[in-house]
Each structure stands twice: as structure tokens, then as C-alpha cells.
Design a protein around this ligand. Sequence first.
Ligand SMILES: Cc1cc2nc3c(=O)[nH]c(=O)nc-3n(C[C@H](O)[C@H](O)[C@H](O)COP(=O)(O)OP(=O)(O)OC[C@H]3O[C@@H](n4cnc5c(N)ncnc54)[C@H](O)[C@@H]3O)c2cc1C
Length: 470
Amino acid sequence: MKRREFLKGLAVGGAAVAAGACHGDVAPAGTVRVSNDVPVLGDYDVCVVGAGPGGVGAAIAAARAGKRTILVEHYGYPGGVGTNCNTPTFFFDPYKGVQYLRGIADEFVRRLAKRGAAWFLTHDERYQPDYSRPVGDLPILDRVRTRVEDMRVAYHDFLDEAGVEKLFYTHLTGAVRDGDRITAAIVDCLEGPRAIRAKVFIDATGAAHLVHRAGGRTRLAPPDKTMHKSIWATLSPGPHDTPEVYKENCRTYHKLYREHRERLPKNIWTSLAIGLSSGYVNGNSCDSRDMTRMDAEMRRHNFELLECYKRELKGFDDAFIETAIHQVGSRSGRHIVGRATVDRRLVTTAAMPDDPVMPFVREWGEHAASMDNGFCGTVHGNFDGLGAVPYGALVPVDFSNVLACGLCISVEEDYVKTIRMQPNCLVSGQVAGTAAALSLDATRGDVGSVPYAELRKRLEKQNHRVDGVW
Ligand SMILES: Cc1cc2nc3c(=O)[nH]c(=O)nc-3n(C[C@H](O)[C@H](O)[C@H](O)COP(=O)(O)OP(=O)(O)OC[C@H]3O[C@@H](n4cnc5c(N)ncnc54)[C@H](O)[C@@H]3O)c2cc1C
């Protein structure tokens, strides 16, 4: 039997202060000592932390490239915000009639389609599946609606077939750092604390928790500069039986909004499409106390909204809140400070990076920070043409063997829209997993110096075009 190994006298965290940190982003101050020796769970080529779309894409790409890959996740199932916050809509917005984003995102939606669980959305803004339009083999030129439980199982199957080792019900608590390398992730498994050693780490936590805990520089915008948070609640019986009732309710709602605000609860969100959602609550999504406050506030608020629906709208007389999502949904949190950044210049001008890895449509803005700013973001607009994320936006400045993907890549707050949707996160994960594997083949795990031409070639073989040109 293999002798059990321990990391002795383990130092978790590190003394570095996150220089890019803004509001409330307190980097690990000083060294935290773990009192007992921590058993080593295993040695891997690639350790991915976070099994949202980013982490799933990364783990699959690394495992398919033949690397021994472990995927660590706090919840018991994959999917991230899509499955723990009930958002089963994949925003595949086409560009000039072309499905510019494919790769693993396309593959995943086809898997859902094979399960009979992928339809294009209705065009009446109800955000419901249009059952007369299953996705099948059609090009994905519209938003796709699926079902949360199908997503969970399809993600499990996807990971298992690629040979990824899954370690769920496990929380990342720290990291062991040696200079510019992370050598181990410290996790809290159900059986106790463990150390996971790997040659390359991928931060797919949606909020750069790994880089932050290892003392790397991160960026966190103040709450009034980020999109508001949400807690969706599911009503029973379901609302808006028919498009006609939905449209009538929308008209009523907008009239109330314009003329009788006093009849609406404070901070009501102007979308009636998805059921019920507390809106415009904001705070710091990387602060446990603030998240606790927002959670309580929004869950209570949803009952106020329910009363309003019953009172003012049609078809809600017997409605009650059947369930609500597991946690506060945060549309943007902490991001790594990368060697490059998706910034104003890349999004609002025709500039293209030298090392593009993922295309995006040049639109920015979206959900506002508060009701005072209306529904759209404080800064919003669009600029024709496809832009692209530079490879350097996935590479944290402080590490040579760490990559980020999904929501927590290096991006300026106003431009988070360009990279945050689930298809984008799946694909940036695919890029990170492919780059991690390439670094092990070509540069001894130094992710910052992977040969770009080879990375691009490998991605193209996986049905991905780094600039969206097909
Ligand atoms: C309310 C809301 C509605 C949205 N609606 C849509 C939509 O309709 N369509 C769309 O395409 N996108 C939508 N999005 C955006 C999209 O869901 C997210 O941007 C996307 O899921 C981010 O993917 P990710 O993999 O980077 O991070 P996440 O999805 O956040 O996944 C990160 C994972 O890491 C895990 N994790 C975090 N910290 C730790 C830790 N310390 N230890 C272990 N595991 C950890 C988390 O549990 C999670 O599973 C929505 C987002 C929100 C908040």
C-alpha cells in the first residue's frame, strides 16, 4: 500500500498583499498556520478549482490532452452559477448570422440536445423554451434554453467520458506557494483537510479565490460599480400561462412603474420573464458578512414581490414561492490581475490583441448597480465587429504555473459582459485547459511562455476559432 504523505509545517496563504485589490478585498494578511500536518490527496498534472462552465471546459480540455486532471468543487454537482443559481439559458448571440463561438460550448449544447433538453428561446421575451424549435443539429444562432437537472447530469457525463477525476463536496481553503509557483491547493474534504499537488493550477472559481488565497494580485470593483445581485425564486403554479397573459402583465407592470411607483415594492426588478427575482440589491460578493446580509434581504424581498404580483397582476392569486436558488447570484466578483486585460481599448475600438484566444461581440454594460441607473449598466454601448480576449488575460501576473478562466479572468468591470456568459466561460476554460496541457508538453509548466502558434493550432483542431472567423 502506498505510504501516506503529509505536507509538514504547512504555511497556507502567504504574506503578499494583493496590490490590485480595491473595495473590501483584503488579501491574506500574514501567514496562516495549519496546526496539524495535512495529508496529500494526490499528485496531478493539472488541478482545476471550481466546476462551473469555466472549470468544466478547462478540466475536459486538459484531460483530453492526456493530462492527469482533478476538478475540485464546493458543491456536489457541476455547472456553477448555471446550476446553483438556476440559469439554464445559454446566450449564444450570433455575429452577422455566424455562430462565432463553438468548441466545447457547442459540444455541450449538442449533448443537451441529444438528451432532448435543448430548445431555442421563445421570441416573446418570456425566456421560456420554444418547444417547436429543438436545437438538434441546427447552427446555434439564438439563445438556448435547457433544464438545470439535465445540465448537471450532462456535465457529469461530459467530465466522466473525458477521464477527469472529480472531487466535489470539497472547499478550497488555501494554497502553498513557492516563489511564483503554486505547489499545492489546500482543500477541506468531507473527510478533513487535504493537500493537492499539481504542476499547473487553473483558477475557475468565478472569483479568483485560488489566486487571492495564494497572495496573487486581484481586482475587485466597489459594489456601486458592479452589476446588482439576484436570488431567483420559482413560483408555483408557474406564472404567465400564455403569451397573452404575459403581455398583459407586462403592460400593467410598466404602467405601474411609470405612473404608480408607490404600488410597487422598493427595488423591484423590471423583468417579469423568469418568475420572481429580487432586484437591485448590491454588496460585496467576496465578503461573507455582506453576502449573508444580501441573502436575507433578497429572500425577504421576494415575498414582498410575490404579494405585489398577487395584488397587481393576472394569474398569481394562488401563487406561492416553491423554492429559490442556493445562493446569492453574483454577476461579477473578483478578477485576476493578468499579464493582459480585457479593457476599454480592446472592447470599444477596433484594436485586436496579438494573441487572441476567444472572440467576443463588442457590447458592454448590462445589469445596473442600482435601480437609480435603470436596467442597463452605468457604462454601456456597442461597437461593431468582433473583438478578442488576449491569452495574457488568462495568466495571472504573479504566477508562472497558474491560469484563470471563466468569469475571473483579467477584465475591467465595465466590460465583464463580453466574457461572462456560460458559452464564453466554457470556451475560455477550454483555452486554459489546452494551454495548461501545452505548457506541460513544451515549457515545463510555464504557462506564460507557451508557443502561441501551437496553442492556436491545437484550439482550431477542437472546433474553436480564436478570432471567431470561420
Ligand atoms: C443571476 C445570474 C443570472 C445569469 N444568467 C445567465 C444566463 O441566462 N445565461 C448565461 O449564459 N449566463 C448567465 N449568467 C452568467 C453565468 O452564469 C456566469 O457568468 C458563469 O456561470 C461563470 O462561470 P464560471 O465557471 O467562471 O464561474 P461559476 O459559474 O461561478 O463557477 C465557479 C464554481 O467554483 C466553485 N467554487 C468557488 N469557490 C470555491 C472554493 N473555494 N472551493 C471549491 N469550489 C469553489 C463554485 O461553487 C462554482 O461551482 C448569470 C449569472 C447570474 C449570477
